[in-house]
Design a binder for this molecule. Structure first.
Ligand code: SAH
Ligand code: SF4
Ligand code: F3S
Length: 397
């Protein structure tokens, strides 16, 4: 049998797909060069925005037509399925089965565990998942409902995987978590199911809640600075991590980054909005002043630092003045790149339940364009313009 894995969404999904590929190899399947050559298709879905969800439905619909002509197995996994299995009422799973009758199997993401070894195709750079899920419940975000609560992978398992990567000649590694810098907060609190090494580490360091100065308050203790330090000392040319939350960017973490020149100097620090009332509505836990204080500290202590970010425009009730606050914060920070999204209401989230999606699409689009032009346009200009078949100009990436 020949398989093809179609991956949508974030790096976590790409890392999961590498783990799924290994399992398929174990079942004597081999990769197909193209989707059209495969007789076993795994679709790893994302539902962060409605448009991402629609892409998965579109692909299943196309494949269901192929399935009428020849034998084909369609397996759906990823966040769509994650949400469906976590919904106790069974409504989402029933809905998926009804609207996607061509799907043969719905594979829960929990089955793609940390214990599954990945089958990597890149010989230089490796993704290493260090935690799953998220406890932050930003009001717009579906991830805590699709991936569940944050679960950290055992410390020594991560260290062992990174050591194997070094031995295999890998030069770059990216540590992955939805909230990567809160890694280990669940291990610190746990009394059981800990491996001895993690317990010893916690005892040795007398871990207490980390005081995050720019927030002026205590946050959960995390093991992330210690893990990053350990991985950086292994000898990789570059170590990166994704996605960090401003709330868990402690002084310890900044010190570890400053100490190791092989930790990437481009840090992704999602802002989401530059307006305090919006941030509060989003349940983001920081104010713009606190965010900017953190940025100033990072720039001071890490020379050559570049920052990238995520921003949502047109979140519920966002006024022109509030959007302009975001523009102003972006100008102050000088982001190297921004992933700008138009707000899309998502099932199960607090925003979808109680906050009207009241910003018209053209307004969202205009705000999106303003930030694109401000932050990302300078890079676009460098890209070559070519013509497509009907003669109109397209940008080739
Ligand atoms: N854990 C990361 C983000 C994961 S989701 C963090 O906290 O920053 C990736 C990005 O998608 C988010 O940062 C946000 O900008 C965007 N996003 C999430 N939910 C969205 C929604 N409902 N509508 C539009 N964009 C959304
Ligand atoms: Fe979503 Fe917020 Fe968690 Fe990021 S931190 S995954 S935006 S809930
Ligand atoms: Fe999408 Fe799930 Fe990632 S919703 S962004 S694939 S965690």
């Amino acid at each position: 049998m020949k398989y093809f894995i179609k991956t949508f969404g974030c790096q976590q999904n790409w890392a999961d797909s590498e783990r799924i590929a290994r399992q398929l190899h174990r079942r004597a399947m081999r990769p197909a060069k193209e989707l059209s050559d495969a007789d076993y298709v795994v679709i790893n879905t994302c539902m962060i925005r409605k448009s991402a969800e629609n892409r998965a439905y579109g692909l299943v619909n196309n494949l269901s037509q192929v399935k009428q002509r020849r034998p084909l197995k369609i397996i759906l996994t990823g966040c769509l399925v994650g949400l469906a299995y976590k919904d106790k009422s069974g409504r989402y799973l029933r809905r998926l089965r009804t609207i996607l009758p061509a799907v043969d199997e719905f594979l829960p993401i929990e089955e793609v565990g940390f214990d599954w070894a990945p089958l990597r195709t890149d010989a230089v750079h490796a993704w290493v998942p260090i935690s799953q899920g998220c406890n932050n419940f930003c009001t717009y975000c579906v991830v805590p409902f699709t991936r569940g609560r944050e679960i950290s992978r055992p410390f020594e398992q991560i260290v062992a995987e990174c050591r194997q990567l070094i031995a295999a000649g890998y030069q770059k590694v990216t540590l992955l978590g939805q909230n990567v810098n809160s890694y280990g907060s669940d291990l610190v609190g746990q009394k059981t199911n800990q491996t001895n090494r993690t317990e010893a580490l916690i005892r040795a360091r007398h871990l207490k809640p980390v005081y995050v100065k720019h927030l002026g308050r205590l946050r959960i203790p995390t093991l992330f600075p210690f893990l990053l330090d350990e991985v950086a000392r292994m000898g990789f040319a570059e170590v990166n991590f994704l996605s960090s939350n401003p709330c868990d960017f402690s002084d310890e973490l900044i010190a570890v980054i400053a100490r190791h020149p092989n930790i990437g100097r481009t840090i992704h620090l999602p802002l989401q909005s530059g307006d305090d009332r919006m941030l509060k509505k989003m349940n983001r836990w920081y104010t713009t002043k606190q965010y900017l204080r953190l940025v100033a500290k990072l720039k001071r202590q890490i020379p050559g630092l570049k920052l990238t970010t995520d921003i949502i425009v047109g979140f519920c009730g966002e006024t022109e003045a509030q959007f302009n606050q975001t523009v102003s914060v972006c100008k102050t920070v000088g982001f190297a790149k921004a992933y700008v999204s138009m707000y899309s209401p998502r099932p199960a989230t607090a925003a979808q339940r109680v906050m009207p999606d009241d910003i018209p699409h053209p307004v969202k689009k205009r705000r999106w364009q303003i930030l694109e032009d401000l932050i990302n346009q300078p890079q676009l200009k460098k890209r070559k313009k070519t013509s497509n078949q009907d003669g109109s100009a397209i940008i080739s990436l």
